[in-house]
Design a protein around this ligand. Structure first.
Ligand code: C2E
Ligand code: CA
Ligand code: CA
Ligand code: CA
Length: 278
């Protein structure tokens, strides 16, 4: 029995080290992707519920591995956060977003507001706000064109430092959105601590809204809350007409989800912008 126990351990060790090695290889590939064009941005339009007009988009990062094909952000973002690569990746995302906005400006398009997801490790970089301000200035872009989406789960890890960084960003005029609102443990207390422009109602509430009184009531409450606090409000994960209609009835102004548009490649989104400009 003792020997079997040892063998189990050995097997376990080997399995662990294989997982660790796979993870390291994936991390190495991601590191390479930052420099070799393996990353790209998709854009998911955000619409005005009353008229369907596109007023902005969320930039969503995509990674295509040379052998494995597309890897989900839910896999590679946590990997990037564990390894610290997220800082370089976040910087790539910001540059790419700025370059894209400049390309649209050159094409004579009215510029949409672009929301970019930010990890707390980026916020914790020395003078992140100053860095970002200079970046936008170097592209001659208005700060208001950018919205920074943050989640409270990220913030909890090093709250003080992150909140300070957010306060600096807000003081400079950047817009800040609280993502996945309602899912964390202290969503309501963050309303008092954070300098917010926007709330994004988490997709889970929208999905259950028609089935479950509690979800409907939560959605309704968040809509009233956003009104009282004069915050912009975006409902996430709107997948059907019924949800869109319900949200509009409840007084929600903005939405994002597969019912309107899926995340799309840059050229597709450019076409959409051009069509809504003309
Ligand atoms: P998120 O910020 O909550 O982004 C919304 C996610 O919901 C996206 O998944 C989007 O494709 C998906 N989605 C949009 N509409 C619908 C819908 O109607 N139904 C359903 N079921 N899903 C919908 P995606 O692109 O896989 O991204 C997953 C997460 O990865 C994001 O969640 C965000 O936390 C993270 N992420 C993506 N890009 C970046 C980035 O550039 N930086 C950082 N730090 N995180 C990122
Ligand atoms: Ca987001
Ligand atoms: Ca979200
Ligand atoms: Ca999320």
């Amino acid at each position: 029995a003792k020997k079997a126990g040892r063998d189990t351990f050995r097997f376990f060790d080997q399995k662990m080290s294989r997982e660790a090695r796979d993870k390291l290889q994936l991390e190495q590939a991601l590191r390479t992707a930052i420099r070799s064009g393996g990353l790209s941005l998709n854009f998911q339009p955000k619409v005005d519920l009353s008229n369907g007009q596109v007023f902005g988009a969320e930039a969503l990062l995509r990674w295509t591995h040379p052998e494995m094909g597309p890897i989900s952000p839910s896999v590679f973002i946590p990997l990037a956060e564990d390894s610290g690569l997220i800082v370089d990746i976040g910087s790539w995302v910001m540059h790419k977003t700025c370059e894209t906005l400049v390309a649209w400006r050159k094409a004579g398009l009215a510029l949409p507001r672009i929301a970019v997801n930010i990890s707390v490790q980026q916020l914790e970089q020395d003078d992140f706000a100053g860095w970002l301000e200079e970046l936008l200035a170097s592209y001659q872009l208005d700060l208001q064109l950018l919205e920074l989406e943050i989640t409270e789960t990220g913030l909890m890890k090093n709250e003080k430092r992150a909140l300070l960084s957010l306060a600096r960003l807000q003081a400079k005029g950047f817009r800040i959105a609280l993502d996945d609102f309602g899912t964390g443990y202290s969503s309501l207390s963050y309303l008092r601590k954070l300098p917010l422009s926007t709330l994004k109602i988490d997709r889970s509430f929208i999905q259950d809204m028609s089935l479950d009184r509690v979800s409907l009531s939560i959605v309704n409450t968040i809509i009233q809350l956003a009104k009282d606090l004069s915050l912009d409000l975006v409902a996430e994960g709107v997948e059907d007409f019924g949800q869109a209609e319900q949200l509009m009835k409840l007084g929600c102004q903005h939405a994002q989800g597969f019912h309107f548009y899926r995340p799309m490649a840059e050229d597709k989104f450019t076409q959409l912008l051009a069509a809504s400009n003309s």
